[in-house]
Design a protein around this ligand. Sequence first.
Ligand code: ADP
Ligand code: MG
Length: 341
Amino acid sequence: MPSLGALVVKPAVVVLFNEPMREHEPSEAGVVSEVEDVVAALESCGKSVESRSMSSGSLLSTLGGLAERRAGTVVFNLCEGLDGHSQWEPLLAGLLEIHGIRFTGNTATTLSWALDKRVATAILRAAGVPTLEGWVFQTASLADVPRTLPFPCIVKPVGEDGSMGITIESVVRNVEELRERVSWVVETYRQPALVERYLPGREFNMSVVGEGSGTRVLPAAEIVFEGYGAGEYRVLSHDAKWHVGSRDDLRTIPRCPASVDERLGTTLASLSLATYRAFGCRDYARIDIRLDGDGTAYVIDVNPNPDISRVAGLALAAAEAGFTYERLVNNMMETAWKRPL
Ligand SMILES: Nc1ncnc2c1ncn2[C@@H]1O[C@H](COP(=O)(O)OP(=O)(O)O)[C@@H](O)[C@H]1O
Ligand SMILES: [Mg+2]
């Protein structure tokens, strides 16, 4: 009689990622080191791992191959888009779902809800999670700017992430600056601009992992803005996020665990959990929260499938909670493997 161990099927793990198109764009090129970290973590736990890059040209053949061996395969999904287009990220997850292939991370529905900040805001509002009112400008003409616009405001592209299009100039103080910035966003990113009130308070990144009753909020991390002048707007710009050693990078310091009192800690955790549930998240997500001048917390951004590199915020928060990187990555893979299709 075979031993029990022999009966346990070990899956083949395929780490799937988008072929970076714009080598000069660090938010895209970063997927390569993320893949290396995940592969190393899986291999260190004895998994047989293969990594596959995806582009539109290889999409159908790769999916066909995975579908043929779906019974013994689990995909670690690190696709953040396709051919440089982040709007295709949900479609890839959808194709894995349609083909009955097990994969880590969030579903197409969750990814698409979060991708469009207009939709995300509506979902947060429907769930009763505090978020800001947003004004959407489809064109740069700004024929009718509401008189009630609460300056200073921040202008962001509706469908980007990773602080794409966010610089200190994103914060505008009057209609003239608003007009200029909206034009720039619409022309540069070929999408509408979302305008919301600028929140002057502290900024937190909340990482959440797991699924259903196993969901867990990890220790809060704060982006500490250091050396900013009194009137200087504090935003986590594209430089701060991606250009190591840049001025903004050096003065935005992630601190985990954040120094928060019990009341704020409880608020941050409960808003994050409510957001995770409202979006139907699974496996992992990062929720960005900012405080108003009076300390009121608002969810400003929802990131299903955030960066899971060894040095990224989610892994650092997990370490703070006592999970090694290897355990974090392998747990996620095992969960996906056990998930009923
Ligand atoms: N309403 C706001 N008030 C103040 N700062 C904001 C606001 N919205 C965004 N920011 C700043 O801009 C950064 C990027 O915005 P975010 O909405 O998180 O977009 P992304 O999806 O690009 O991460 C945030 O980390 C924060 O520093
Ligand atoms: Mg964000």
